[in-house]
Design a binder for this molecule. Sequence first.
Ligand SMILES: [Zn+2]
Length: 42
Amino acid sequence: MENKCFMCENTSHDKVLVAIEKEGEAKFVCVGCLPTVIHGAK
Ligand SMILES: [Zn+2]
């Protein structure tokens, strides 16, 4: 099973994924969505 961005479902083949923790859960987010996450969008 492949890790996916929790926002847009890109895999690490599409974009670089970054491991994060959100609401107590380990997740991955792609670099395309990371600015949105940093700026506090849900
Ligand atoms: Zn994404």
